[in-house]
Design a protein around this ligand. Structure first.
Ligand code: GDP
Ligand code: MG
Length: 162
């Protein structure tokens, strides 16, 4: 069985876009409306000759429960099924109470966690990447899932973590 990377985060932060970027192909469904439930969430990825599975936890976004508890449940699920976790944050929004709650869950995890500051499309963006240090999960990595910026560095870091 190949190692598993889980991608967690609030709806609309760009998880599926980032997953597609990590796969190098378009398989995860990107939605402009948040909270779309998908049945298929695990994809095969290959980087530097190593295979791993990427799980897009967007498929576990129930609308019925509160947002914060459902994203925290994603994180719990990820902790128990994945070898490493990517927490995606929309850097244009910053860390909300939801990210803080999820970070509390993930800090208890023995798994390596990589914080991704997504939607940093330009070098001189409006995004405040440094503020994401406050999540207590190490250095936030600026990435643009949409344009691909930082995705190679992220993949290298993922392979180190797996
Ligand atoms: P998910 O709900 O977390 O899976 O988010 P999606 O991948 O479906 O993306 C939600 C919205 O954010 C879509 O309109 C995407 O085009 C947009 N988006 C995703 N990544 C980026 C990015 O790096 N930069 C910008 N500007 N928009 C992005
Ligand atoms: Mg999604």
């Amino acid at each position: 069985p190949q190692p598993v990377l889980a991608v967690v985060g609030r709806p609309n932060v760009g998880k599926s876009t980032l997953v597609n970027r990590l796969l190098g192909r378009r398989e995860a469904v990107v939605q402009d409306t948040p909270g779309v439930t998908r049945d298929r969430v695990a994809y095969d990825a290959l980087w530097n000759g190593r295979r791993f599975t990427v799980v897009d936890t967007g498929g576990w976004e129930p609308d019925a429960k509160g947002l914060q508890s459902s994203v925290a449940a994603q994180a719990e699920m990820a902790m128990h099924t994945a070898d490493a976790i990517v927490l995606v944050v929309d850097a244009k929004v910053g860390a909300t109470a939801t990210e803080e709650a999820v970070a509390r869950v993930l800090r208890r995890s023995k798994r390596p966690v990589i914080v991704v500051a997504n939607k940093v499309d330009e070098e001189r963006g409006v995004a405040d990447v440094h503020s994401l240090w406050s999540l207590g999960l190490g250095e936030p990595m600026p990435v643009s899932g949409l344009h691909g910026r930082g995705s190679g560095d992220l993949l290298d870091k993922v392979l180190e973590a797996l």
